[in-house]
Design a protein around this ligand. Structure first.
Ligand SMILES: Nc1ncnc2c1ncn2[C@@H]1O[C@H](COP(=O)(O)OP(=O)(O)OP(=O)(O)O)[C@@H](O)[C@H]1O
Length: 229
C-alpha cells in the first residue's frame, strides 16, 4: 500500500490558546500525532487537559492557532470552510458521549441520512445501513426510533452512523461515557470489532484506563502536548 493509502490522521504542531477574561490559557502547545489506517489510538489525560479541543481541531470543527491537520494525507489548513465541510463529510466519522440521533427518524434512517448528504444514492445507503446494523446485532431494531431504544442500542446506532460513509478517520469523545459499566464494556467491544473491520484510523478519548489499554496505543495529553503511554 502507498503512503497516501495508509495515512489516516496526522496532527503536526497543533497549538490552541483560549482567552478567559484577562487570562490566556495555552491548552495545546504543539501536539503531534500520526495514526495510520487500521490503527486505534486511545486519547487520555486529566479533565480539562484539552482532549475535546484536540478532537474538535482534528475533526475540522475548529481551526488551530498554529499547526496542521492532515486527513488521509490532505492538508486541511489552507482549505475554505466549504472545502473543510466536504473533507469532513468524506473522510471523518464522529461519535460523542451522547448519541445525537434525530428523534423523529428510525435507526436505519439515521444511518441513511448522512450518506445521502454525502451524495450516496438511497438504495446503496440503505444497504450499508442495514449491513452495519446487522453487524452491530441490531437488525431487529432498524425501524425503531431512538426513543424506543436502550442507551446502549442508541450508542450502537450512533457508531454505525459514524462509520456509514466509510470514513478514513473516526473520532470519538467518551463514546461509552454515558453508559453503565456493563453496557459500556459490550458497546466498546463492538465498536472496536466494527472499527477493526473497516481499516479506519481511530482516535478515541476515554477516562477509562482499562478501555484505553485495549486499544493499539495510548497517547496522553499532558501540558499541551501528546506523549506516548
Ligand atoms: N471555547 C472556549 N473558550 C475558552 N476556554 C475554553 C474553550 N473551550 C475549552 N476551553 C478550556 O480549555 C480547557 C480544555 O478543555 P477541553 O474540553 O478540551 O478538555 P478535556 O480534556 O476534553 O476535558 P474533559 O475530560 O473534562 O472533557 C479547559 O480549561 C476549558 O475550560
Amino acid at each position: 500500500m502507498s503512503k497516501a493509502q495508509t495515512e489516516g490522521l496526522r496532527l503536526s504542531g497543533i497549538c490552541r490558546r483560549f482567552s478567559q477574561g484577562k487570562e490566556t490559557l495555552d491548552v495545546l502547545r504543539g501536539a503531534n500525532l500520526n495514526i495510520q489506517s487500521g490503527e486505534i489510538v486511545a486519547l487520555v489525560g486529566p479533565s480539562g487537559a484539552g482532549k475535546s479541543t484536540l478532537l474538535h481541531i482534528a475533526g475540522l470543527l475548529e481551526r488551530p492557532d498554529q499547526g496542521e491537520v492532515f486527513l488521509a494525507g490532505i492538508s486541511a489548513g489552507d482549505q475554505s470552510e466549504a472545502e473543510r465541510t466536504r473533507l469532513r463529510r468524506l473522510h471523518l466519522g464522529f461519535v460523542y458521549q451522547f448519541h445525537h440521533l434525530l428523534p423523529e427518524f428510525s435507526a436505519v434512517e439515521n444511518i441513511i441520512l448522512p450518506q445521502m448528504i454525502a451524495g450516496i444514492a438511497k438504495p446503496t445507503a440503505r444497504e450499508r445501513a442495514t449491513d452495519l446494523l446487522d453487524r452491530m446485532g441490531l437488525a431487529n431494531r432498524a425501524d425503531h426510533r431512538p426513543g424506543q431504544l436502550s442507551g446502549g442500542e442508541q450508542q450502537r446506532v450512533a457508531i454505525c452512523r459514524a462509520l456509514a460513509n466509510g470514513p478514513r478517520v473516526l473520532l470519538a469523545d467518551e463514546p461509552t461515557g454515558n453508559l453503565d459499566p456493563h453496557t459500556a464494556e459490550s458497546v466498546f467491544a463492538e465498536l472496536i470489532a466494527l472499527v477493526r473491520g473497516t481499516g479506519v484510523a481511530a482516535l478515541i478519548a476515554t477516562h477509562n484506563p482499562e478501555l484505553a489499554q485495549r486499544m493499539d496505543r495510548v497517547v496522553t495529553l499532558r501540558d499541551g502536548i501528546l506523549v506516548t503511554g
